[in-house]
Design a protein around this ligand. Sequence first.
Ligand code: GDP
Ligand code: CA
Length: 329
Amino acid sequence: MRITVLAGGIGGARFTRGLLHHLRTAPIESHVTVIGNTGDDIRLFGLQICPDLDTVMYTLGGGISEERGWGREDETFAIKEELAAYGVQPDWFGLGDRDTATHLVRSQMLAAGYPLSAVTAALCDRWQPGVELLPMSDDRVETHVVVDGDEPGTRKAIHFQEWWVRHRAGIPAHDFVLVGRDDARPAPGVLEAISGADVVLLPPSNPVVSVGTILQVPGVRDAVRTTAAPVVGVSPIVGGAPVRGMADACLTAIGVKTSAAAVALHYGARTADGLLDGWLVHDESDADAVDELAAAGIETRAVPLLMTDLAATAAIAAAALHLAESVRR
Ligand code: GDP
Ligand code: CA
């Protein structure tokens, strides 16, 4: 079974870890491709940092800090402290020492001319994530956030990480702009992984700045729309709120209500020019969305959606694959 997952950071990585566990224990012979969001990427101190790719790689490779959900376990922050002692900005980015080795290898390889997809494959040689991890694009694209400017009535754009990490998404966002998008092409293998899949999964990643960003790479949305594979998504919104993080601030900015049903309708039904054949919502809080979404052409099941441990997460993945079978055309 060829399974393709469009993933952001924590939500996408944890879901995929559960998916691999389910595939191993079932067992189901499979090849999993993860298309990772690179809109969060930022260049700092001469380093090219890809937070979402690293979260997937460390989570699946066993190097993630479970507590933080990003970065390395047993991490120290000496480099960050030394940079702060020099008074250089930015001082708000969590640059761990172990993590920095990854950024150094990546930056060195990029400087030598390797595309990001080749660099990612090289980094994965060490971590053996058990999936084929592809950046959504080899081209540099960055999510910027339109916020109020310093003068009344003006606006400015800041890097997504500045809005998310420094301001904790606490200043109102008017829009998200994927800088570089028009000139970006999908990385090698991305479109083929979608069109050639047996199942396409949208994990409970941020629908705006993770999955939404991947879908903006020219060609990707069309590939998802037209693949012969069933497309099934998992709601990151449970009981009207994100399980973790600030996806509500992102949804508000694009005028989408923070609810499991509204996110599904935002993706849309494939029968109505959208992306989804199936959708999973959390049973305890969102079962009332099932009929509403079915009427809109999205086959919906209510199951437990909290990724509390590996077994619970594997059960979510199993439910997604099961739903995919029942909506296969
Ligand atoms: P990021 O790039 O690190 O922000 O991670 P993603 O975009 O991949 O995932 C973030 C989303 O994961 C958030 O909107 C959360 O609501 C969602 N999420 C985190 N944990 C859970 C969980 O246990 N269950 C569900 N359904 N969603 C979750
Ligand atoms: Ca992210």
